[in-house]
Design a protein around this ligand. Structure first.
Ligand code: ACO
Length: 329
């Protein structure tokens, strides 16, 4: 097993909006059914922000929980990284809003725009900053309010997405546990399979862009599905090999919670039995960058992921971006 461990996660937290959107609710909004959604995606409920509730609010709540869990205070943080595609504003970064809301005066702050892979990208950067001795305490957050960019007239996408945030506190390793390895990759050639064309400078907001619904997620589901299964399987396999692990060493796989069938396929690819593949997509839907840190926090607090155990995290999202990490707690 690789023992080149530089950083470790010592605290996790999550924030889930109270308001829910069930499959039955969606039946009232578009031409769909509880049966279709359950069998095609595994989803049952998603959580949706209330009016005025922002991505930075969810991220701040998750961060406070993670800091409490780590036993650290806000002044200990020297970098805040937020993975999000639904930031509060075009600029500044959502991480700056989180810094302000926490009162983390010693921290630098930045966003990562890697869609559903945002948390893995953030973890890789946190690990690298710690290796380079540029930071000692890094807050890595994945937070989204996808309901704000979801077209609730499009049944192909609106049943899939939910809101939430998850956070992790990363510090130098004690030598026995921590991030065993990370892997990230992108392929921008296929961006049109999953994107939001409006809201940027390619199509500056206008009455026309709103009429054309360019400010909503567009997705070619079937193509994205195939790409996700391949890339997540590759990424999981790659990190297991690179960290000199075997399937038996992997106590848990936490995949980005995009679709139960994709999660199952990733587990099968790396020969980890279903009992060790974490699934909560039924409770939250696809929360993009938030899905992995939410699941990680849940698994730890439920006692399903314990000290000494090894978890493989694996993500895929718009860009395309994908990546993985192996972490021993
Ligand atoms: N209710 C009922 N019928 C529907 C719905 C719905 N909500 N949505 C689509 N359908 C219909 C389609 O119109 C299609 O009908 P047709 O055959 O008459 O044209 C039929 O169901 C089958 O559609 P498919 O797209 O083939 O369904 P599929 O089994 O592929 O499931 C899904 C669709 C769930 C979107 C799946 O493709 C998927 O999960 N894709 C990947 C999503 C993903 O991984 N995203 C990751 C990144 S997300 C991010 O980065 C923000």
């Amino acid at each position: 097993m690789s023992e080149n461990i530089n950083s470790m996660i010592i605290g996790t937290g999550r924030a889930i909006p109270e308001k829910t959107l069930t499959n039955k609710d969606l039946e009232q909004i578009v031409d769909t059914s509880d049966e279709w959604i359950r069998t095609r995606t595994g989803m049952q409920v998603r959580h949706i922000v209330a009016d005025g509730e922002l991505t930075s609010d969810l991220c701040t709540r998750a961060a406070k929980e993670a800091l409490d869990d780590a036993g650290l205070g806000v002044m200990d943080i020297d970098m805040i990284i937020v993975g999000t595609i639904t930031g509060d504003m075009g600029f500044p970064s959502t991480a700056c809003f989180v810094q302000q809301k926490l009162g983390a005066e010693n921290a630098a702050a930045m966003d990562i725009h890697a869609a559903c892979s945002g948390f893995i990208y953030g973890l890789e950067i946190a690990d690298s900053l710690i290796v380079a001795k540029k930071a000692k305490t890094v807050l890595v957050i994945g937070g989204e309010t996808l309901s704000r960019i979801t077209d609730y007239t499009d049944r192909n996408t609106c049943v899939l997405f939910g809101d939430g945030a998850g956070a992790a506190v990363v510090v130098p390793s004690d030598g026995n546990r921590g991030i065993l390895g990370t892997f990230t990759k992108s392929d921008g050639r296929l961006y049109e399979l999953l994107y939001m064309p409006g809201m940027g400078t390619a199509h500056p907001p206008s009455h026309e862009t709103v009429d054309q619904r360019l400010h909503y997620i567009k997705m070619a589901g079937r193509e994205v599905f195939k790409a996700a299964v391949t890339a997540m399987g590759d990424a999981a396999e790659h990190i297991i090999e690179r960290c000199n692990l075997s399937s038996d060493d992997v106590d848990m796989v936490i995949s980005h919670q995009a679709n139960l069938r994709i999660i199952d396929a990733t587990g099968r690819r790396v020969k980890v039995p279903k009992s060790r593949v974490y699934v909560n997509v039924q409770n939250y839907g696809n929360t993009s960058a938030a899905s992995i840190p939410i699941a990680l926090d849940e698994a730890r607090r439920e006692g399903k992921l314990r000290d000494g155990q090894t978890v493989v995290l694996v993500a895929f999202g718009a860009g395309f971006t994908w990546g993985s990490a192996a972490v021993r707690f």
